[in-house]
Structure formats: structure tokens, C-alpha cells
Write a protein that binds this ligand. Structure first.
Ligand code: S3P
Length: 165
């Protein structure tokens, strides 16, 4: 199992797809599984049920995915903030890759995406800063995507993981 963590705009989906393709395993994105499960977009879950409800659904979905067959799994940018998820990551024996990116570049990549409700927070720069330590604490490998092509980040990951998951 390869799990990608990092802030919005770090490239988790783009890099994750490349790695999964090379390894010949499925790519899963916890956000998409949550949306399928809830039958509505994340923006609506935040607006109607609130962030705590989203975080609980996120925790459940990730616990299920980590218990499943080996895949490349991208987690939403806030997922590693949940202590239960951090414990599961540690016990799952997964390669946890922190895709690191600078704040400016992350914001340029995601722009004002209305599908990402966290971007509307006035303290988003602080959220970014606070999360860096969390990402590092769960990571078994850190790969920068700042100013780099997704293919370069993908090859850094592939150089580190065994050919079979
Ligand atoms: C979030 C990041 C999003 C998504 C949700 C909350 C966050 O995922 O899970 O909008 O708290 O940073 P991406 O990192 O894939 O954009």
C-alpha cells in the first residue's frame, strides 16, 4: 500500500495516478470514495453537515481502504489530522509519502476551487503551516513537488518502493 499525504495542490492525485499506473495497481482517492458513499460532493457535505461530520466519514472510509487490497491511495489534505487515521497509517505498514509543496505554489495550483471548502477559510495559510508537522510525522518518505513535474515526483517514489506492493 502506498498512501499519499500532503496539502491541497501538492499533486496527490496526479502523482498517485502515475505511480499506480507504473505499478499496475488501482489508484484510489479518499475524497472520491467519500463523495460516492455520501452521494454528493464534498462541498455539500461541508455546507450541510459541517466539517466534523465530513472528518468522521473521512476517517471511516480511510480505515476501510487501508484494510483493503494494496492500492495507491491519495488522502484528502486534512485526513492525517485525525489521530485515529495517524494510528492506522502507522500500523498498516504502508509507505506513507508526504508530497511537499510551498504555500504559494499550492495556492496557484488549486486557485479558488469552490469544490474545496477549506480554501474559503481566512486562516488557510496558518492551516497550511500547522499541517506540515503532521504530514512529516506520518511520512516514511518525503518528496517535493514544488517546481517539479509530476513525473519527477513519481519516479522518486518508484525508486523507493518494491515493484510489488
Ligand atoms: C481538505 C482537502 C480536500 C478534501 C476536503 C478537505 C483539507 O482534499 O478532502 O476538501 O482539509 O485540506 P485534497 O487535498 O485532495 O484537495
Amino acid at each position: 500500500m502506498i498512501v499519499l499525504v500532503g496539502f491541497m495542490g501538492a499533486g496527490k492525485t496526479t502523482v498517485g495516478r502515475l505511480v499506480a499506473e507504473k505499478l499496475g495497481v488501482p489508484f484510489l482517492d479518499s475524497d472520491l470514495v467519500i463523495e460516492e458513499r455520501a452521494g454528493r460532493p464534498i462541498r455539500d457535505i461541508f455546507a450541510t453537515d459541517g466539517e466534523p461530520a465530513f472528518r468522521e466519514l473521512e476517517r471511516q472510509v480511510i480505515a476501510e481502504l487501508l484494510a483493503g487490497s494494496p492500492v495507491v491511495l491519495a488522502l484528502g489534505g486534512g485526513a492525517a489530522g485525525h489521530p485515529a487515521t495517524r494510528e492506522l497509517l502507522a500500523s498498516a505498514g504502508a509507505e506513507v509519502v508526504f508530497l511537499s509543496v510551498g504555500y504559494e505554489e499550492a495556492m496557484t495550483r488549486v486557485g479558488g476551487d469552490s469544490g474545496r471548502p477549506m480554501l474559503a477559510r481566512p486562516d488557510i495559510a496558518e492551516v497550511f503551516r500547522d499541517r506540515q508537522e503532521t504530514y512529516s510525522s506520518v511520512a516514511t518518505l518525503t518528496v517535493s513537488t514544488d517546481g517539479r513535474a509530476p513525473e519527477a515526483a513519481a519516479s522518486d517514489i518508484l525508486a523507493r518502493v518494491p515493484p510489488s506492493l
